[in-house]
Design a protein around this ligand. Sequence first.
Ligand code: QUE
Length: 358
Amino acid sequence: MTQTIEEDILFSEENGVGVVVLNRPRALNALTHHMIAALYERLLEWHDNEAIDVVLIKSSSERAFCAGGDVRAVWDDADRGEGLFRVEYRLNNFLAHFRKPYVSLLDGYVMGGGVGTSIYGSHRIVTERSVFAMPEIAIGLHPDVGGGYFLNQMPGRLGWFLGLTGYRCSYLEGLFCGFGTHLLDASDLKVFEERLVAASDKGFARVDSVLKSLARDCSAADTFLARNQKVLDQALDHKTLGEAVDELLKLQETVDGQDGEILGKALKAMGKGSKRSLLLTWENLRQSRGQAIGQVLERELRISTASVYTSDFKEGIRSVLVDKDGNPDWEDLDLHNPPSDFMDYYDNWTLKDGALLK
Ligand code: QUE
């Protein structure tokens, strides 16, 4: 059965709640240009509509809230994805300044563009099925949609670890890192939505009062990221990517048991990632420190748009999403000794229609 694009994203309004349903389950809700544009237009309208008090965004599938942007479609776009990236980053920037409660139900996978579509909102509901990641090094891209901003806000250097390894955070780690704000049992999501729609309070109080009755207490203390934060911070607090990689590999020799296995798996993923992506991730995280979200998004739009024309992006899409052989043939770059003009390609990229916020 072919699905028309109009059904990929659904909108409804009920008693002051604007409801968005991501409805492209076979692609894990990977966001198409059309879905992002439709969401942005609707949010603009709801933002100025006094009858809308709260926005709720969720998925029609238990498997994923959203796996990212529809990067595979970039090849078919006349502009090689520039339009898709542009509407996506404009949406991210708008969400970062959205004044009404924006509640995301983050059940299942939340990766890349799925993070960008939720993390700037006021309430990010996690369930025991949530998995969070910024896995772009596997496709020759970099942790974008504001990764330079929100990864730098995570505890210590954990966000850098996530970006450099594509590490998949458990739901507790997702709360610890700030992907999520509240924990609900997946079986309570329906009743949460029903109570939110029925609630008589207004605005933020409306969401908070419903959450009070359903949110679960939890601690992330007994997770890999919390247990190892200090040593990961130390390993990553170095001047160059090459030095940090060496430190992480050394750390692997001292961490044993289950944590050693988890770390080994993360470092193996880093080793399998695009070296171009790793260098780009490092440099963008470095430049983003202390910058405002708009500044970060402006640079990332340029970087991502330029990245699409690299052989590593083509290889990443081929090996992960097309042939699915998991055997990418990356460009050979020395992480310890990158070309001095490495960033020039990105810094000199000119976007077709000028700046992001125009
Ligand atoms: C890294 C990524 C993405 C990915 C896999 C990675 C990503 C993304 C998708 C994806 C998944 C299913 C689809 C689709 C895209 O996979 O960003 O179109 O049907 O969107 O290892 O960054």
